[in-house]
Design a binder for this molecule. Structure first.
Ligand code: ADP
Ligand code: MG
Length: 377
């Protein structure tokens, strides 16, 4: 029989998705990223159910749920259950205070669209259980255990950006995060008269997880080759363009391209942060286009649908810049669009995209917002 639960929650948690202005695939290379949470989120209702070990989790979004025994947590054959189980597994390693609970979750955050619904799911669950059972874990611990859950149970060797952005964001700010030291600088985002418009390609090529892990390995291979000449290098973060050029001869072309993208992308993150501080909107847009070119040609994690939409933006002077956001192979493009031109641009892009691919895209206007939070209903 289908598993369902319904109850009046004693605690509610809202856990947001995120956009990343720039700095794609730089997090697991110990570089910089510039994300913020957005007002698209997963809402969780929690209650303690009085049992020592029995738990129930129900996703209204997927209209499916499952039961868990905390004494027998193991990977599941059902993809989404692994995000839940991975988090419970990590919490259980850190504390013995977890007891039986029920959880219902509901989402307006599109899945598999590069807006990190997976991190919102992990972090919202971890955050809620931390409050419900007074586990005493810090926000950073919640971020880190959620990231580990994604590695061990979901199988994506992700960096720390998605979980960090979901939990740590502040309203109207970008986070300039140094993924090595975890030092965070909060940068006010003032784009007026421009808006951030996401165009959801509605494609999510299933290469995303496997190729993500392949890219990570390619970067590691790059680091070990650079290390032969520059032993002081620990990650691509330590590599400059000149150092990379000096190593080019001994490197497979593909590995060189991957490294060249990361080195340039790290520099772009810092330039983008400066552009926001200076209110230089034109520079913000230019960096987005440059980043997309690297994503597409050097890192090769774009796809025909994303490339088409980014190219389409270029024909609109009222769009300052655009790029695919998220891990790759589809999901959303992020566009900086003059507020007076939003409706016209979205309509034209929708029309052109449907004509080309037979898919009706979904547009979202998004505002930076604060990270995961809870309230007692
Ligand atoms: P993204 O993080 O970009 O949205 P991922 O492939 O990393 O894409 O994560 C999407 C997966 O997260 C979904 O396929 C599903 O397993 C899980 N997920 C996200 N939101 C929900 C939800 N509301 N209910 C159940 N599972 C969800
Ligand atoms: Mg994800």
């Amino acid at each position: 029989m289908q598993f369902t639960i319904d109850f009046i929650p004693e605690l509610k948690v809202v856990s947001p998705g995120r956009i990343n202005l720039i700095g794609e695939h730089t997090d697991y290379n110990m570089g910089y990223v510039l994300p913020t949470a957005i007002e698209k989120n997963i809402t969780f209702g929690f209650r303690k159910n009085g049992s020592d070990t029995k738990c129930g989790v129900y996703s209204k979004t997927f209209d499916t749920g499952f039961e868990i025994d905390l004494n027998g947590i193991a990977r599941s054959g059902v993809e989404w259950e692994n995000y839940i189980l991975g988090v419970l597994n990590e919490i259980s390693k850190r504390t013995d205070k977890l007891r039986g609970f029920d959880c219902i979750l509901e989402s307006n955050l599109p899945t598999g669209s590069g807006l990190s619904s997976s991190a919102a799911l992990e972090c919202g669950l971890a955050y809620g259980l931390n409050e419900l059972f007074d586990l005493g874990l810090t926000k950073l611990e919640l971020v880190q255990l959620s990231q580990t859950a994604e590695h061990t149970y979901a199988g994506t060797q992700c960096g720390i950006m998605d979980q960090y952005a979901s939990v740590m964001s502040r309203e109207n700010h970008l986070i300039l995060l140094d993924c090595l030291t975890l030092e965070a600088q909060y940068i006010p985002i003032d784009l007026d008269p421009y808006k951030i418009i996401l165009l959801n390609t509605k494609v999510s090529h299933n290469l995303a997880t496997s190729e993500y892990n392949v890219r990570k390995r390619e970067c590691e291979q790059g680091v070990s080759l650079v290390k032969e000449k520059f032993p002081e290098v620990d990650s691509l973060r330590d590599v400059t363009g000149d150092m990379l050029k000096a190593c080019k001869d001994g490197m497979p072309d593909k590995i060189f391209k991957r490294c060249a993208f990361i080195v340039a992308e790290n520099a772009r993150v810092l330039q983008m942060a400066d552009a926001f501080k200076a209110g230089d909107h034109a520079k913000v847009g230019q960096l987005l286009y440059e980043a997309h070119q690297g994503i597409s040609e050097l890192y090769e994690v774009s796809c025909a649908e994303s490339d088409f939409l980014v190219d389409f933006s270029k024909s609109y002077p009222s769009v300052l810049g655009a790029r695919q956001t998220g891990g790759g192979f589809g999901g959303c493009t992020l566009n900086i669009v003059h507020r007076d031109a939003v409706a016209e641009f979205v309509e034209a892009a929708t029309h052109a995209y449907e004509e080309k691919f037979g898919i009706v895209l979904e547009p979202y206007e998004v505002e930076p917002c604060g990270g995961t939070g809870s309230f007692v209903p």
